[in-house]
Design a protein around this ligand. Sequence first.
Ligand code: ATP
Ligand code: MG
Length: 151
Amino acid sequence: MAPKPYLTLDNVSATYGDTTAVSGLTIEVPKGELLSLLGPSGCGKTTTLRMIAGFVEPSGGRIILNDKDISHKPVHKRNIGVVFQSYALFPHLTVIDNVGFGLRMRNASRAEWRERAAKTLETVGLSPTPIATPASFPAVSSSVSPLPARW
Ligand SMILES: Nc1ncnc2c1ncn2[C@@H]1O[C@H](COP(=O)(O)OP(=O)(O)OP(=O)(O)O)[C@@H](O)[C@H]1O
Ligand SMILES: [Mg+2]
């Protein structure tokens, strides 16, 4: 039996004026699973991530997180963090400080946020260089990625 989804995008669409950015996308993600969106430029990857985080409101479909419909919930009530693309990373902070920033802002203890940020970096194969700054990383390593604030 397939694991129960923690995050579901159910037939989700998004438009910017006359432009359809995402059309009828359905994805189910179990808790703890790492999901990558791969596709040509303009296919709607960033828009999809923005809808999950709450920065773009879906024009159709539903986003379900932990059995709750968050489709139209405001950003600040979703408990989802986002690490933005390189231009919005803090250049003066190390990589681990950038990744742990959301948890720090939510008053996680230093021990907790550092441990969880290090685990996240390890998951994506960046653990050997957590003290480096974003400028020393290739663009692909700093792409936008929503992270549940408590995962
Ligand atoms: N703020 C916006 N206003 C109008 N159209 C937009 C806006 N943001 C994205 N689009 C359009 O929506 C579509 C999807 O864009 P999106 O940025 O989600 O794609 P992407 O897969 O992230 O692309 P890339 O690989 O280049 O980052 C594209 O046609 C894009 O031009
Ligand atoms: Mg993009």
